[in-house]
Design a protein around this ligand. Sequence first.
Ligand SMILES: *Cc1c(COP(=O)(O)O)cnc(C)c1O
Length: 358
Amino acid sequence: MSKFFNKAYENLEPYVPGEQSNAQNLVKLNTNESPYPAFPMDADITLSVQALNRYPDPNAALLIKALAKQYSVEPENIVVGNGSDEILDFLFAAYCSKETGVLTPEISYGFYPVFASVHGVPYKTVELQEDFSIDIETFFNAKSTVCIANPNAPFGLALTRAQVEEIVKHNKTNVVIIDEAYVDFGAQSCVPLICEYENLCVCQTFSKSRNLAGARIGLALACADIIQDIQRLRNSKNPYNVNSLSLLLGAYALENQSYYDECCQKIMDARTYTTTKLQELGFYVLPSLANFLFCAHENIAGAELYEKLREQNILIRHFDVPKISNYNRITVGTKEQMDTLLQAIQKILKGQNNGKAN
Ligand SMILES: *Cc1c(COP(=O)(O)O)cnc(C)c1O
């Protein structure tokens, strides 16, 4: 740290992303990306890189129009960002003050506490139930900005739309942010509620269910007033936040929605398959509605399983966090990747048993 660094940020603990590697032979199940290509194999996309001499459209009109059609809302109900992480950053700036702070589940997306600390606002949490699910009443009358990932990470458990609506109804004096990064893998979206509630803001992303993590495209959907707030911040920080190539790629992706629906279906099928197989191997697996599984085994510690798989070039995610340190989060990849993982786990568990017998 240089001696010039702003004291306000001295104690910042940055978000730690999962390991990114281009190593060959790697089975990468650690950051919830899609294992499938970004576009259909026969996709015919022409991107003119020569046009990069111009700034992108600051209104993102083409992409927003396509999104409005897709979600059956008006363009005034949408704002796009450089990934939904940027959208969340705008939302914390817009709606979390020193007085209100932000209220989230005690264990959730690792970026929430980081944004709270960057913005210097109190980070408050509610306890999860024994099974890691959310008791909706703990979020009633929060008097803080509520932020919930639905499905929640790293568990994959989801609230129904009716449950979220109850939370929204019981928070008339503050905004409720619903982060739907994983909603397309089987959960209920709250987008149909945005025009009914002035305090609801839904975030989505192209990174998980649209195979475009590298393009960095996220969006918020809300009533026009909320979107205007976010636009005001966006135009004050970075009006060209989504680059020209990503604006085109995003609009193009929406023309190919059936491709992404098929990819999501394959992931959901692989999720069911892997859940059953892990259970057969003695794992406790949470019922996930996301593209990852959260699981633990009584014969092997979470950290040890993570390390042993890593030695075999299989990356999963382990969180050294109280209450969940014995668990691992496994991104659901292709069926072939899941078979490779399951075979490796089976061998590791066998070695474990042999060790005990000796
Ligand atoms: C992955 C993820 C995001 C961030 O997505 P980007 O659009 O890639 O920035 C936001 N929220 C949750 C809960 C996530 O898991």
